[in-house]
Write a protein that binds this ligand. Structure first.
Ligand SMILES: Nc1ncnc2c1ncn2[C@@H]1O[C@H](COP(=O)(O)OP(=O)(O)OP(=O)(O)O)[C@@H](O)[C@H]1O
Length: 258
């Protein structure tokens, strides 16, 4: 199966950028040199729809993290283009890329990545402070209320459960109102209940607030929260599922894992 022609083109041309939050065009990422050379992403083209929840799945080593890191401007492409809106990230200087990551992208990592010395609230508003932006108290209160964190704001990460810490990380990703939120195994360190609550929150952010979320996951149940599941194998798109069930995902993954 190849990627859906309505959202990506095999030739890498994005004819209609409207509604596309970010895209890879003929993206190649090679690590190392000589015998140690690994092609992690192999000429992949995909467009991620704005206002949608996209999951990226695939066997270990299929290039999921590499693709996400390139889309998020955390890793440099070897060739091809990476677009965030109309901005070609591959054409930016390091300084410009840092600014794009800070101002236009939100991140949620498996390991929460909260600063232990700061309270939950200080962690949440940190990206705004780093960018020299004003904290919009009303927007902050809305995000905090949606995530059920209102009575936890003065606590430090060590005083919070894993699920609460990850909700703080999601609040931190939402607070700058980024164009895309990238989540790397966001439920990997959570128990099942907290994991489902977090996924429901991410899905709510997409459905109710029109946010765009791209999530790498190994978990077919987590991926079933997404509007679209991209399956990678050997650095290429090997499947592209529209609102799949967990069973659909398992059936498509099985031959790739073999
Ligand atoms: N910094 C690096 N240096 C060298 N090789 C790398 C580097 N990062 C990734 N790779 C290689 O690139 C390939 C794709 O890795 P990547 O982490 O993107 O896969 P993945 O699908 O996210 O895997 P996993 O599910 O195990 O996290 C793998 O063969 C990996 O060993």
């Amino acid at each position: 199966m190849t990627s859906s022609p309505s959202v990506s083109t095999a030739t890498g041309g994005l004819r209609s950028p409207a509604g596309v939050a970010c895209a890879a065009e003929q993206l190649v990422k090679v690590y190392g040199t000589g015998d140690a050379q690994v092609t992690a992403v192999d000429g992949l083209s995909v467009a991620v729809a704005a206002g949608a929840f996209t999951a990226i799945m695939g066997p270990s080593g299929s290039g999921k993290s590499t693709l996400m890191h390139c889309l998020a401007g955390l890793d440099q492409a070897t060739s091809g283009r990476v677009l965030l809106g109309d901005t070609d990230l591959t054409a930016l200087s390091d300084r410009e890329l840092t600014r794009v990551r800070r101002d236009r992208i939100g991140f949620v990592f498996q390991s929460f990545n909260l600063l232990p010395a700061l309270t939950a609230e200080q962690n949440i508003v940190l990206p705004l402070e780093l960018a020299g932006r004003r904290v919009d108290r009303a927007a902050l209160e809305r995000i905090v209320a949606t995530l059920g964190l209102a009575d936890r704001l003065r606590h430090r990460p060590a005083e919070l459960s894993g699920g609460q810490q990850q909700r703080v990380a999601v609040a931190r990703a939402l607070v700058t109102d980024p164009e895309v939120i990238f989540a790397d195994e966001p439920t990997g360190a959570l128990d099942i209940r907290s994991g489902h609550a977090l996924l429901a929150t991410l899905r709510g952010a997409v459905r109710e607030q029109g946010r765009t979320v791209v999530m790498v996951t190994h978990d077919p149940v987590a991926a079933s929260y997404a509007d679209r599941v991209l399956l990678l194998a050997d650095g290429r798109v090997a499947g592209d599922l529209d609102r799949p069930s967990t069973d659909d995902i398992l059936a498509t993954l099985r031959p790739l894992d073999a």
